[in-house]
Design a binder for this molecule. Sequence first.
Ligand SMILES: *[C@@H]1O[C@H](CO)[C@@H](O)[C@H](O)[C@H]1NC(C)=O
Ligand SMILES: *[C@@H]1O[C@H](CO)[C@@H](O)[C@H](O)[C@H]1NC(C)=O
Ligand SMILES: *[C@@H]1O[C@H](CO)[C@@H](O)[C@H](O)[C@H]1NC(C)=O
Ligand SMILES: *[C@@H]1O[C@H](CO)[C@@H](O)[C@H](O)[C@H]1NC(C)=O
Length: 572
Amino acid sequence: MCHNLSKYTPIFLFLTLSGIIFLLRNIHTVENWNCQAISSFYQLQSRIHSSLSVSAFYHNHTYCTHVGQKPSPEDELEERYLLELISWPSPPPHSGPTTLKQTSDPVHSLFTILPAKEGREWHVGDQLEVLVQMHDFQGRPKRYGGDFLLARLHSPELGAAVVGQVVDHKNGFYSALFPLLWVGSAQAEVMLVHSSEAVAVLRRLREERADRVFFKSMFRLGLLSETTVCNLCLPPDHQPLCNYTDLHTGEPWYCYKPKVLSCDTRINHAKGGYLKNLITNKEALLFKSGVNLKVYIHASGPDKISVLPQKDKVEEENSTTKPEHIQLETSGYYYMDSWRPLDGFTMRQFNESSAVVQCLKNKVINMYGDSTVRQWFEYLIGFVPELKEFNLYNPKKVGPLMAVDSTHNILLKYRCHGPPIRFTTVMSSELRYISNELDGLSGGPNVVVVLSIWSHFSTFPVDIYIRRLRHIRQALVRLIDRAPGTLIVIRSANLQALDQEVSLYNSDWYSQQLDQVLRTMFKGLNVLVVDAWQMTLAHHLPHALHPPPPIVKQMIDMLLSYVCPERKKSQK
Ligand SMILES: *[C@@H]1O[C@H](CO)[C@@H](O)[C@H](O)[C@H]1NC(C)=O
Ligand SMILES: *[C@@H]1O[C@H](CO)[C@@H](O)[C@H](O)[C@H]1NC(C)=O
Ligand SMILES: *[C@@H]1O[C@H](CO)[C@@H](O)[C@H](O)[C@H]1NC(C)=O
Ligand SMILES: *[C@@H]1O[C@H](CO)[C@@H](O)[C@H](O)[C@H]1NC(C)=O
């Protein structure tokens, strides 16, 4: 390997000049340097350091939460409220199933449209209730709740669909409640996403195995490079750490200190990988596609009703059968394959790129977040030929990205959110927290801010997400205060395709919990929401992390309608 030493002259020169520090610091490492090591430095190979095998996340939850700034008493109170809000029933600890046979089985489970007897008339404005009874693989009724079910009501011929709200009666029965919003046929659909037993596994992973996705950074000085593991918190007693805690927000971030190089030589951040063998063989049976993972539950009788036009007002008022304790939070529905918000706001359709240009004229649109909002950037530059992507020489999937239409004075920008982010490689210099970016915005009536932050937090305990959103919310409040005309739009989480592996890191169950936190935390603030959750759940196209173009079009139409509301009916 060492037969062409002259090739290595530059490296020996470099080592002579700058190596003394390393010699003093790390005599034993340098002693081991041989031709092979030097040649690998020469090739600038990023060697995965031995520290990659060290536990990548500090499991002490308390430590993780309070690393950085201590939350105020109000913040702690809010956090407790939020965690209570998303609390999910666990299978009973003792009578819990010992075999797969005793877990929820969608094939043995059934749903029934209520009332079960024939002859009920349905009108627009009524609420439809569907009762689901879960059974196990032996056909025995389940006696406890916690299954993760999704429900939708739809009419393919009308291009109509709406999500149902699922209520867990915690005894094996569930209700799915649907508002009746169109005249004609309406077919109910109920899906088991995960059994309660599977949810228990997911919950345990979230609390105990926050290291199941890990991150890495490369450190480089001259021709030397080292790579170490990074995460939100690392065990402080294993090895020296580099502390990259953000000084403005207090958002924590750590890497193991490289053996030779110093902490300020970090050049990038990347997804390290996904830990395997997280669950036992027995637990793996709870995550079988086509068996108990995203499987439809059948109806015991008819699954379809026929909806008549709305009754007159007086009659309607006393025929309401809506249970008092249930509040439907349906944000919209599809009709003729187009999304219709239910809050009185009208969604416009932007079928022509000229309409988009007209709407975005003289606007600066700042998109921040994960790949689900990057998808919006990509959609817009694909749809609007006038919007030319500016080459910033950044990786397409990472950014920052920028597109310009100088004729119409439109600027569209995208930047990913700060760590944890599982993108391939983000340069350290481009790692920014959304709240800090927002603090750097002047804002104003020509400025639009679009946020999407959810997917990269699903492997962590929820309090970490709450803290991140709190920082973003504080920055948004400051932005709204100094520039009241700034339009702020939040894209919620969406459903995605799940198999066993994806479930353990990115299950819809995790997303749904984060999404509830997000909605609650931004309620009452002057921000608009594009309900990606309901738009993907109601739609007939398959769930996908990056939803198919027809759904993205609905989301973009919604975004643009917020930016350019219909003149007469505009409310927001
Ligand atoms: C977790 O960390 C906190 C703060 O450092 C410490 O007080 C607590 O004893 C630790 N808990 C466990 C289980 O190690
Ligand atoms: C990391 O730095 C932050 C901010 O300076 C500090 O509050 C925190 O205690 C440090 N963490 C550790 C483990 O030293
Ligand atoms: C509905 O309410 C009105 C008055 O509020 C009453 O006169 C009428 O009888 C009620 N109709 C039914 C069907 O209960
Ligand atoms: C947009 O396209 C849809 C589907 O082709 C059509 O139904 C709708 O009327 C169009 N809207 C406008 C404003 O052109």
